[in-house]
Ligand binder design. Structure first.
Ligand SMILES: C[C@](O)(CO)[C@H](O)COP(=O)(O)OP(=O)(O)OC[C@H]1O[C@@H](n2ccc(N)nc2=O)[C@H](O)[C@@H]1O
Ligand SMILES: Nc1ncnc2c1ncn2[C@@H]1O[C@H](COP(=O)(O)OP(=O)(O)OP(=O)(O)O)[C@@H](O)[C@H]1O
Length: 306
């Protein structure tokens, strides 16, 4: 059972007040892009996980756990418990999504493992677990996991796990600049809180950007570029000041939008057309500001059996 699962970029990430459970209330507009991990699950006596970089990808997989710490293993155990079966599966992950890059690679693998293991262990005509059930189970594994099951473009509220699909038109053309070394998501949220405290800023309850929704619904790349926002960008830049140069380069080379992807350190650039995306990717590559320059399109579907 083989499942392909996309990376995400956050088109709007508005971070509200911190909650009693330590999470922040968000308005999180997710957008799935055509950069995919592949997760394969086969029947096996026990649960085991193997991780490799996808062919031709230069993803650094050394820091990805292959034990119970791997989010795909946690997903498999959750599905087994829900179905009342033994979690016997050999899970193979081929990674093309940067690790700890702010593109939800681990969450993507968890979503793919939910779909793959549910199909592997529940092969009746009418499966016990529906896709909605898997979206719901995903929330137990992480705030970004439900979206990786759903895909497309969606507005997430709560800690980002309560999703509503957004209306979009056409295809948007993206260029991503990856970095050497990741950023820890909890550390970036903590830096966001710290910066707000020293600046005396109170976190306002987040609201969905109307300009963003209109640009998505009309397929207006320039409008979308102008409406991109990320409250985690300032803390990510504080922790990794070199990202400023990467964002500046994207602006200089004509991107219609530039921002840090989620908690970073990957930077995302929106181009107006496919041709512009090619030119932008080439210019960024030539500038040598990133580990790797990747191109992708969005929106694309969530975890899909291939
Ligand atoms: C930055 C984003 O990737 C944007 O989509 C997400 O908000 C993070 O999602 P994730 O990696 O799935 O995060 P989780 O595994 O749920 O939480 C990891 C940590 O991130 C912080 N966290 C996450 C989500 C949220 N709404 N508020 C938070 O403060 C918390 O410190 C939490 O302990
Ligand atoms: N299957 C997995 N792939 C990648 N990392 C994993 C996986 N399972 C567990 N991890 C752990 O999770 C950490 C964060 O990895 P991930 O690639 O999901 O970060 P991220 O893309 O920044 O996440 P997000 O955008 O959701 O905040 C890694 O450093 C690694 O230790």
């Amino acid at each position: 059972m083989s499942v392909r699962v996309p990376a995400k970029v956050n088109l709007q990430l508005s971070v509200g007040p911190i909650r009693d459970d330590g999470y922040h209330d968000l308005v999180n507009v997710f957008h799935a892009v055509s950069l995919f991990d592949q997760v394969t699950a086969q029947h096996a006596p026990r649960l085991e996980v193997r991780v490799k970089a996808a062919p031709y990808s230069r993803v650094a997989v050394d820091d990805v756990p292959v034990d119970e710490g791997n989010l795909a293993a946690k997903a498999a155990r959750l599905v087994a418990a829900r179905l009342g079966v033994e979690p016997g599966a050999a899970i193979r992950i081929r990674k093309a999504i940067p690790v700890a890059g702010g593109m939800a690679g681990g969450s993507a693998d968890a979503a793919a493992a939910l779909v793959a293991c549910a199909r592997l262990w529940d092969d009746r005509d009418r499966p016990v677990l529906t896709r909605d059930d898997l979206v719901e189970l995903g929330a137990e594994l992480g705030s970004d996991v439900p979206f990786a099951v759903l895909g497309g473009t969606a507005v997430g509220v709560g800690r980002g796990e309560r999703l509503t699909s957004a209306l979009t038109r056409g295809t948007f053309h993206w260029v991503f600049a990856t970095a050497d070394g990741g950023l820890s998501t909890p550390a970036v949220y903590a830096e966001c809180d710290r910066l707000r405290e020293i600046r005396g800023e109170a976190a306002a309850p987040p609201v969905v950007s109307e300009a963003l929704m209109t640009a998505l619904a009309t397929g207006d790349a320039k409008g979308l570029g102008a409406a991109l926002t990320n409250d985690l960008q300032a803390p990510a830049l504080a922790l990794r000041p070199s990202l400023e140069r990467v964002l500046d380069a994207g602006h200089d080379f004509g991107a219609v939008g530039a921002l840090v992807s989620g908690s970073g350190p990957t930077c995302a650039f929106l181009a107006e057309t496919e041709e512009d995306a090619g030119d932008l990717a080439q210019a960024l590559d030539g500038a040598g500001v990133a580990r790797q320059i990747l191109r992708a399109q969005g929106p694309v579907p969530g975890a899909t059996v291939v």
